[in-house]
Ligand binder design. Structure first.
Ligand code: FAD
Length: 503
């Protein structure tokens, strides 16, 4: 029998954060063993370096964006690591969004990165923005009413009477592709709350301008939306967290099997790696659900607990797929032809095919005389073909957040802690993100039996104030409407009232 040993399976965000939280909350009271199958730390966070004008640029090849609120837990951790105030490590950057119709060679939706750029809008742009604001007002209402995660996009759409079907199908479905990753034909199956909560909370959940300031400054450089970017990559932040925790991961050492000692009474777990079998009191599966199912099933096949088979079935039922990502340099294969149309986040629609591309140019400092780096990250459904600008190709495993996925994810909660086995990961709660990975790690650390040090592990995802979201959304609409022709302004600023008036 071992003493307070915890094995963590996987050194992605959830595994690293679990190690960090345990050290923060319990010091050395637990022995922490972190196993990683890969030859690097990071999982779905991974970065590479490119050079322009003699300057090295770190570019995120997987996860990349974070926002201050309501991801307080993650930003507090980045702050705790001393990275938040250093421009060489974390910067804020303006963000805009584009939905582009490849066949029509035209925009379906354009949200520029800077408020001043709304002056370039034509009548069609204002019409689409008006519908998009209504969509945002509906999304804020959805987030406030907090329905079941199993309400589907298609069922939710049926209730949105102020939006045309054309806009829902041709603009909103492609727009939410970046959040749900499902092919166009299946986007209606995704959880409506999942598809909307990240965008609404991140962009409008910040405290914003205080109510007393009825006329906030409208500076030329004012960003439309603001995101944070790590200059050392999100994987760089994970490496700093591990250093701070003093935990050294065992790389290239997959966990092969986990077997509870007896029929559910707790006690030691037997953990098999290529180096042999060791015992642990707790195992945190911070790998994807299918790998966790394989590992548990491998354990049951060598005399493990058959009562775990429903757990294996639950884990396998979660749709979790490899997503191929193509990084491009010196040019792009999936962007509109004219660079004036580019934004940091771009969805290209080609019939029923969807491609999402991040352009790093506006998210990194310029080089030379104000030049923006021509570096891009793309993925799509169906998978993208070859590209002559390709820098590197890799694949990450991602959840497909259908309503079925949400129901199974809910079902997994009952298994947390059974036989000392826990499940952490971006996929286990809220929206797949650094915040969700950290929150899952914190929840497990808090549930461990030893007494935690006082005032540790406290930073958790906050309950967002719907009033703050509505106030910030209203402010956003007002700020943008000031750039619109006079006769359109009222129609742009009263969307929240119109949506509320409906109910
Ligand atoms: C393309 C893309 C873009 C994204 N963009 C953002 C974003 O902008 N902002 C954001 O916050 N989030 C983003 N995300 C989500 C974010 O990446 C995830 O929420 C988070 O990184 C997941 O971390 P995780 O630890 O749960 O899983 P993973 O990162 O998948 O880590 C699991 C780890 O387990 C390891 N493993 C698997 N099997 C075994 C085994 N048998 N033994 C040992 N180790 C094993 C794997 O090698 C891996 O390292 C994005 C994700 C993707 C794919």
């Amino acid at each position: 029998m071992t003493t307070n040993r915890i094995v963590i399976v996987g050194a992605g965000a959830a595994g690293v954060f679990t190690a960090y939280r345990i050290r923060e909350m319990y010091g050395d009271a637990y022995e922490v063993l972190l196993f990683e199958a890969n030859d690097r730390v990071g999982g779905n966070t991974m970065s590479a370096t490119v050079e322009y004008g003699g300057k090295p640029y770190n570019i995120d090849c997987g996860a990349q964006f974070f926002y201050k609120n309501p991801q307080p837990s993650y930003t507090a951790l980045v702050d705790q690591l001393g990275l938040m105030d250093s421009a060489s490590e974390v910067i804020s950057a303006p963000a805009g969004f584009l939905v582009w119709d490849k066949q029509a060679n035209d925009q379906r939706l354009w949200l520029p990165s800077r408020v001043i750029e709304f002056l370039q809008y034509d009548a069609a742009d204002w019409g689409r923005l008006s519908e998009f604001l209504i969509y945002l007002a509906y999304s804020a209402e959805l987030d406030r009413s907090n329905p079941s995660w199993t309400l589907s996009i298609d069922d939710w759409f049926k209730t949105l009477h102020l939006l045309s079907d054309d806009f829902k199908e041709k603009v909103i479905k492609p727009f939410v592709y970046q959040f749900v990753s499902l092919p166009y034909s299946r986007i209606g199956e995704s959880s409506a709350l999942y598809a909307t909560t990240y965008f609404v909370r991140n962009l409008f959940g910040e405290p914003g301008t205080p109510d007393v300031d009825t006329d906030p400054p409208d500076l030329p450089g004012l960003p439309t939306f603001q995101t944070y970017q790590s200059m050392i990559g999100l994987d760089g932040i994970l490496k700093r967290a591990l250093e701070a925790a003093g935990v050294t991961p065992k790389l290239k050492t997959p966990v092969l099997a986990v077997r509870p000692d007896s029929s559910g009474a707790g006690g030691a777990l037997h953990v098999t790696t290529k180096d042999g079998v060791l015992q642990a009191d707790h195992v945190v599966f911070a790998c994807d659900p299918h790998k966790a199912a394989d590992i548990i099933e491998a354990g049951t096949s060598v005399g493990g607990v058959s009562t775990l088979l429903p757990l294996v079935t639950n884990l396998r039922g979660l749709e979790y797929i490899p997503l191929t990502i193509r990084m491009q340099k010196d040019g792009s294969c999936w962007m509109p032809p004219d660079s004036d149309d580019w934004e940091p986040a771009n969805t290209i629609v080609d019939g029923d095919d969807l491609t999402f591309s991040v352009w790093f140019g506006r998210l990194r400092p310029t080089y030379g005389l104000g030049k923006r780096i021509p570096v891009f990250k793309s993925w799509g459904a169906p998978n993208l073909g070859p590209c002559r600008h390709q820098l590197l190709e890799h694949s990450h495993f991602i959840p497909l957040p259908t309503t079925t996925f949400m129901a199974l994810r809910e079902g997994l909660k009952a298994w947390q802690g059974t036989n000392g086995m826990w499940f952490a990961g971006g996929w286990t709660n809220w929206f797949d993100s650094q915040e969700a990975a950290l929150d899952s790690a914190t929840a497990i650390a808090e549930a461990l039996p030893l007494p935690a040090k006082p005032a540790t592990g406290a930073a958790r995802m906050i309950k967002v104030q719907p009033e703050a979201i509505e106030r910030n959304l209203r402010r956003f609409a007002e700020r943008v409407a000031r750039k619109a022709p006079k006769d359109l302004q009222q129609g742009l600023t009263d969307v929240l009232e119109r949506v509320k008036g409906e109910g």
